[in-house]
Design a binder for this molecule. Structure first.
Ligand SMILES: Nc1ncnc2c1ncn2[C@@H]1O[C@H](COP(=O)(O)OP(=O)(O)OP(=O)(O)O)[C@@H](O)[C@H]1O
Length: 319
């Protein structure tokens, strides 16, 4: 595989504040990579360094074979976190304008804009003014504007924020389409479900440091499986089952039927525990084996909640 992006020991310092620390990761050509972390983790700072919009304090970045994103800017598409196209422009004008900034002739830009708007179900809106579009529609137009020049590398900063579930699904489909056409995609998000559905690989960032790099399956495997049991059972009896490393009483009444959550030891599948429970005659009326989600893995790997704000300002405000 060939790397489309390589970061080696990259750090970013703003005055006394270290926003990104010793960050290294790679994205292979054609991959969809999720760049995950809570607000303030350092995602936008890193994306801006990759694009060459701000220098790294230390470290090396290579994108599409160049040592500075600005040298290959016409081969990159970027959707910034701050949205906004000129309100009085039509979607076609706005898309063609952004294409022209990347060297695409106006007539070709307008033709592609028409086709892409049609594909995204926005054909009827193409001659309206941007200010007349819903937020979801405007965001789709902005994504089209950032990829109309058919970039090899697409960087999207929090592309799902502010969209309703239907538009989020539409955006997921657009991202899959970009990768199917051969583009490499790197997108930041603090919503794990999108990454779980879309990504070939994920990089987890917490307080400016990499907490994990690998596939979603590998990330999930870092977290233990959970077994939920309901019945007239004691915490001690469940704790004694094979493969169970911890037990928590989560519901039901203390003397009668109880709901217990058992954390399984790494590698334990849960079947042995269930078999032992039945063979031992435990009164289990319901059981559920829960695979860890990416969200569980994130909490386990970082100790942070992905929706939390880990910036210094937030930490200070909380004290
Ligand atoms: N220009 C700047 N000057 C000083 N501090 C900054 C600057 N840009 C970002 N920071 C700080 O660096 C930290 C990381 O910010 P960054 O925007 O990179 O995080 P993020 O993961 O993208 O978060 P968000 O999802 O909220 O955008 C934050 O504490 C932020 O306040």
């Amino acid at each position: 595989m060939t790397a489309a992006l390589t970061l080696e020991s990259v750090s970013k310092r703003y005055g006394d504040f270290q926003a990104v620390r010793d960050l290294s990761f790679q994205v292979e050509k054609g991959q969809i990579c999720g760049f995950l972390g809570p607000n303030g983790a350092g995602k936008t700072s890193t994306l801006r360094m990759i694009l060459g919009l701000q220098p790294a304090t230390t470290g090396r970045i290579e994108i599409l074979g160049a040592d500075d994103g600005r040298k290959v800017r016409d081969r990159i598409g970027f959707l910034p976190e701050e949205r906004g196209l000129y309100k009085k422009m039509t979607p076609i004008d706005a898309i063609a304008f952004f294409g022209a900034l990347k060297g695409l002739p106006q007539a070709e830009g307008r033709k592609r804009a028409r086709d892409l708007l049609e594909q995204q179900g926005l054909g009827a809106a193409r001659n309206k003014k941007m200010k007349e579009l819903s937020k979801g529609m405007a965001q789709k137009v902005q994504l089209i504007a950032s990829v109309v020049h058919r970039p090899e590398f697409v960087i999207l900063d929090e592309p799902f924020s502010g969209l309703d579930p239907v538009n989020q699904q539409g955006l997921e489909a657009m991202i899959r389409g970009l990768a199917a056409d051969g583009a490499t995609v790197l997108f930041s998000t603090h919503v794990m479900q999108h990454a779980e559905r879309l990504c070939d690989k994920v990089v987890l960032l917490a307080r400016g440091r990499k907490a994990f790099e690998g596939t979603v399956t590998e990330a999930r495997a870092t977290s233990p499986r959970l077994l939920e049991l309901e019945g007239e059972i004691s915490t001690a009896a469940v704790a004694a089952l094979p493969g169970v490393s911890a037990v928590e009483h989560t519901g039901g009444d203390e003397v009668g039927v109880r709901i217990l959550k058992a954390t399984l030891a790494p590698g334990a599948g849960g079947q042995e525990a269930l078999k032992a429970a039945f063979l031992g005659g435990l009164d289990v009326r319901r059981f559920e084996l829960r695979e860890p989600s990416l969200h569980d893995a994130f909490i386990g790997l970082t100790g942070d909640h992905p929706d939390q704000d880990t910036s210094t300002k937030a930490l200070e405000a909380a004290q």
